[in-house]
Structure formats: C-alpha cells, structure tokens
Design a protein around this ligand. Sequence first.
Ligand code: NAD
Length: 385
Amino acid sequence: MANMSPKEGTGRAGKHYRIAWLPGDGIGIEVLEAARIVLDKLGIDAEYVHGDIGWEYWRTEGDAFPARTIELLKNVDAAMFGAITSKPVKAAEAELVPELKGKGLIYRSPIVRMRQLFDLYICLRPCKAYPGNPLNFKEKIDLVVFRENTEDLYSGVEFNTVPPELAETLAKLSKPFAAFKDLPGDQYAISVKINTRKGSERIIREAFEFARKFKRKKVTVVHKANVVRATDGLFLETAKEVAKDYPEIQRDDANIDAMCMWLLKNPFNYDVLVAPNLYGDIISDLCAQMVGGLGFGCSGNIGEKLAVFEPTHGSAPKYAGQYKVNPIATILAAKMMLDWLGEKEKGAALEKAVAQVIKAGKVRTYDMGGDSKTLDMAKAIAGKL
Ligand SMILES: NC(=O)c1ccc[n+]([C@@H]2O[C@H](COP(=O)([O-])OP(=O)(O)OC[C@H]3O[C@@H](n4cnc5c(N)ncnc54)[C@H](O)[C@@H]3O)[C@@H](O)[C@H]2O)c1
C-alpha cells in the first residue's frame, strides 16, 4: 500500500495528536480495541477522545450522531471510526424508546451525515493483495478506488411518499415521467441522484493527483453514462476535461456493469479507479473481496480539514461480542490515518508488520480459515513492531 495519503492533514509528524475515537456498534467496538493495541505499540503521542455514535444513541436520544460528537470532530486532528448498525426508516422508528416515538424523528446513517457535514469528499479505498493471504483472488492485485463521498444517490434527497407538487412539476418538465404521473404518491418513491460539477471535478482531480504522486499508470472512470445521461454524463465529461491536465497518465472509462465483469476477468488491467458515490461503493466492495473480503477493506473519508478512517465493513451483529472478526481492515485504516497525519515511517512500519503476520500464516482469524481471535491478531501485529 506504501504511503497512501492523497493529501496530508496536519502534517505535524512527531507532535501530540488529538484523535476522535468512535467505536460505534457491534464489532466496531472490538476492531477499534484491536487498532489501539498496535497504535499504542507504535508509541504515537496521542490522546484518543471517545465519541458517542450509533444505534444506542438513536434509540435513547433520537440521534445516532449526537451534537456533542459533531462538536468533538471539529476539534481533532483525525478520527477512527468502527462501525454502526443502520436500519430502514420504519424499523428504526419502531426501536425508539417510547418517549421518542411518534415525534417524526427520521433515522439517517451517521457516517453518511458525517461525510456530508464535514465535506469528507474523498473516499479512498486501497485494495492490495498481501502475499500469503489465503483469501486473495489473485496475487499481486493492487487497486486504489476513489469514491465521491458526499453526493450522487446518497444526497439524502428522498421521498418515501411522493408529494403532489413534486409529481406535478416532474410531469411538466420530464417526458419519461408520464409513465408514473397517475400513480398515487404512496405507491412509489423517489431518490434523487445529484452530481455537481464541483463534486465531480474535485474527486476526479484527486484520483489523477494521486496517480501522478505515486506514479500510477492509469485512471479508470466508472459510470453508466449511456443510460444515466445527465448525472453520469456530467461525471464522464468532467473526467475528460480533468485528464487533459495529466497527459502522462492514461485515462479510460467503463460502465459500472462491464467494470464488475472486467475487474474479475482481468484485475491487472486496472490501477486507480474513480467513481460517483454509489458505483464507488459497489466497486470498492468488489475490489476488497478480491484481496480478502471485509476483513481487509479499509477506507479513508478525507476532506480539507478532517479525515475519518474506518474499516468498510459494518457492525456484523451476528459476531458482536465474540472477538472473532478480523481486525486487519481497521489496522490498515489506522495505517492510512498515520499517513494522513504525516507519520509516514510509522505507517510504513505498521503495514510491514501486517504483511509479515499475513505471510507467516500462523495467526489467522476465522475468515482466513483459522481460529485466532481479534485481539490475538492485533497482538501478533504489534509483536512485529
Ligand atoms: N460503515 C458502517 O458502519 C457500515 C457499513 C456497512 C454496514 N453497516 C451496518 O452494519 C450492520 C450489519 O450489516 P451487514 O451484516 O450487511 O454487513 P457487515 O459488514 O456488518 O457484515 C457482513 C458479514 O461480513 C463478515 N464480516 C464483516 N466484517 C468482518 C470482519 N472484520 N472480519 C471477518 N468477517 C467480517 C461477517 O460474515 C458478517 O456477518 C447493518 O446494520 C448495516 O447497516 C454499517
């Protein structure tokens, strides 16, 4: 993975850091505990400040991302996030404590809110096959996904029941809407895909800058512009413009569906991938699966002022409390945080330790075919530092 930071945060190598520590729900708590074992062994001079986030705060306070946690994030150098449990709107409402029921509270994923609130527009997901990982789809895969993180189908502009004013306006302005115009509002739903020029340009530029900085050969733009012509068309056109500033880097593009197929068929044809939010979400899970699955998928949510690092997996309720899941994804996310903080040597040492433990094959969690526990893996990695 080497140094992975497309840009750097405070750049205060060797200084004292204030890190927000957001374990969240389920296995989020366990994998963050594991990450602390390696960070402590590395001797990072940091205070880790706990932040409340997740399902319990939704149930009891009606807010899974309380204002006090938002305040905390305004005053830290970076954050580590575990995972949260999310449920659809109606199921979420049903689990509220009785005093909060019927108050019109609507559940929204805290991580999606965090990305938007702090404008964490880069979602960086490196996917590298470490030698000796029994879960590698193919050896030597080394892909980096840049996913736009704040807009697209995740803009949050959604209508579970379509208001008549919206239906009337759409009927006036859009011919294809004729097929839906006579439906009662509660018989369909609308989720709005919003892609801006600014949002598209900055993520695409980050992907090209990254390719230039780390001498990557190619940037592939993932889209579906042949069908979703307005928004994906804008993304693709913007990419063509931005690419002109990087003549030494090859640019190509592919429809999301074809991309899934080609990635599996020949992952070595690809290098850096850039995509709008939803396609980026899909493609990064596919890439993560090719290098070991959710136990290896790490992610950085990076903005100009704040960066939040996390495993890509969720709270895995069926394993919660068992300390059996793989903490490597979270430990690699901690490595990304070190790069972001400017602690490159420590980041490199951590990655080397992870690679050594994987290669030795003695400590393996259940997903890797072993029976080592979460904290055993963390201790083994710490032991190599
Ligand atoms: N960023 C996040 O916090 C995030 C991301 C995805 C899902 N979620 C939420 O998490 C909850 C559970 O979702 P889900 O079950 O679809 O996805 P999940 O990622 O939590 O787990 C799916 C399965 O993947 C495997 N897995 C996950 N993490 C692993 C690890 N570290 N090591 C080994 N195996 C691992 C397990 O078999 C697990 O049952 C839901 O409420 C969902 O909304 C949160």
